[in-house]
Design a protein around this ligand. Structure first.
Ligand SMILES: [Zn+2]
Length: 433
């Protein structure tokens, strides 16, 4: 049976647990967020200007390396900045102003003025049964997309399905580029459980970007033919953030524009918030994480083919290691990968997103390393993306099964420590994914 708590107050969501390594025993937070409580700012949703038909032609080969001129141009968005629900400074301190409201969803409106929906939380609403996929913009993954194409595409999805998809901007990077994201909520719930998918913590791992960008199309189209995918869409809201590190993406660098590794910048049980979050990008993700309190999450990377889970900073197992092992196995099978393990057993790291999310919000978070090459050939990209989407569905399905009590946990040590035994710890330099 699905457990769904009443609407959570933002104040509760913002309380850090601070129990250190005991975080796994913190009473479960269900990851629901409240669409109705949070204000809708002006100008951050609705149809994208200039992209009514799905944005620009995406068939052309993409120049991923934005020029300095382009960077300056993208950064110079004073109007947008003025309207942003949060700026970098605010995000660092409050994390409270992230706008999650999807007015149309909260009202239960359907696209095109249909009146079939009875409204949010009415128990009889089946939006995911009625997704007009023929309205979706056409996209493909035979070439890499650049930032502007990513923004256009996400905006076009929101424009096509305004009742269940909303385009947002989380904030701006160090160089002023937007961090665009999409909320897909086909649950007809005002406070559904939420799943967070993010890519491009590392700017030189563009297949992770594409893997996340593919999620809306995959989920929405698959829902028409796959009852299990439809059920997931009826149960969870999906937050899709392809570009955590848009500056590194434009510059083709692992780090952000200040030379900092965003995925080593989160707090974890041995490092405080005050000693973390040096990057504006990690602060933005933190604000979203704490505002929503995601039930599950996947952080996409590339440079290997693996499914990894917390902890990264210690070889100690989490309280959910049985779940993680079973979910990791099912996900690896779906992706045709052979390696699924606690992230520490890949190599030890400090300050990764998944440790922060699990520690702070009890998010059932995983890292997917989606391709051996960080930037596989364009010809192989579609296959990588499809595999990554199948893995996403497998992970969320495992979460759903876990919620329903039907996931059979696996012994924790079944796959552990196959690469870097404690006697030969990763030296921090010879392999970074
Ligand atoms: Zn990475």
């Amino acid at each position: 049976m699905m457990m769904r708590a009443p609407l959570l107050s933002l104040a509760v969501l913002l309380v850090g647990c601070g129990q250190g390594a005991d975080a796994g025993r913190v009473p479960r937070h269900d990851g629901a967020f409240d669409l109705g409580r949070l204000a809708q700012p002006d100008g951050q949703s609705g149809p994208a200007a200039g992209a009514p038909d799905g944005g620009p032609d995406r068939d052309s080969t993409i120049d991923r390396g934005s020029s300095p001129d382009q960077a300056a141009e993208i950064g110079a968005s004073p109007d947008l900045a003025a309207d942003m629900p949060i700026g970098p400074d605010l995000a660092a301190d409050t994390g409270a102003a992230v706008d999650l409201a999807t007015d149309a969803v909260a009202r239960g409106d359907l696209a095109g003025g249909d009146a079939a929906s009875g409204g949010a939380d009415d128990g009889g609403c089946t939006l995911a049964d009625n997704i007009p996929v023929d309205r979706l913009p056409v996209t493909d993954f035979h070439a890499y997309h650049n930032q502007l194409q990513i923004e256009d595409y996400l905006q076009a999805v929101a424009s096509a399905l305004p009742s269940m998809a909303q385009y947002k901007v989380l904030g701006q990077s160090a160089q002023g580029r937007d961090l665009p994201y999409l909320i897909i909520n086909a649950t007809c719930q005002a406070s559904p459980l939420a799943v967070f998918t993010n890519g491009t913590h590392h700017g030189d791992e563009p297949s992770s970007t594409e893997a996340v960008l593919a999620i809306p199309d995959y989920l929405l189209r698959k829902s028409t033919s796959d009852a299990s995918v439809r059920s997931l869409l009826e149960t969870y809201a999906f937050f899709v953030l392809p570009l955590v590190n848009p500056d590194g993406f434009a510059l083709n660098t692992r780090e952000n524009a200040d030379g900092l590794d965003i995925n080593r910048d989160y707090s974890y049980p041995l490092r405080s918030d005050a000693d973390s979050f040096k990057t504006v990008e990690a602060r933005l993700v933190k604000s979203l994480q704490e505002s929503v309190g995601f039930h599950a999450a996947i952080a996409y990377h590339s440079g290997a083919q693996e499914v990894l889970w917390p902890w990264c900073y210690t070889g100690d197992a989490t309280a959910d290691a049985g779940f993680f092992t079973a979910a990791g196995q099912k996900t690896a099978q779906a992706m045709d990968f052979v390696i699924f393990q606690q992230s520490y057993d890949d190599y030890p790291t400090q300050g990764e997103y998944i440790d922060f999310a699990y520690w702070r919000s009890h998010t059932l978070a995983a890292t997917f390393e989606v391709s051996t090459a960080k930037a596989p050939s364009a010809a192989s990209l579609a296959g990588v993306v499809d595999s990554a989407c199948q893995g996403m569905v497998a992970w969320v399905q495992a979460v759903s099964d876990h919620d329903r009590g039907s996931l059979h946990a696996l012994p924790v040590m079944a796959t552990a420590r196959r690469r870097f035994p404690l006697t030969a710890p990763f030296d921090g330099t010879n392999r970074l994914e």
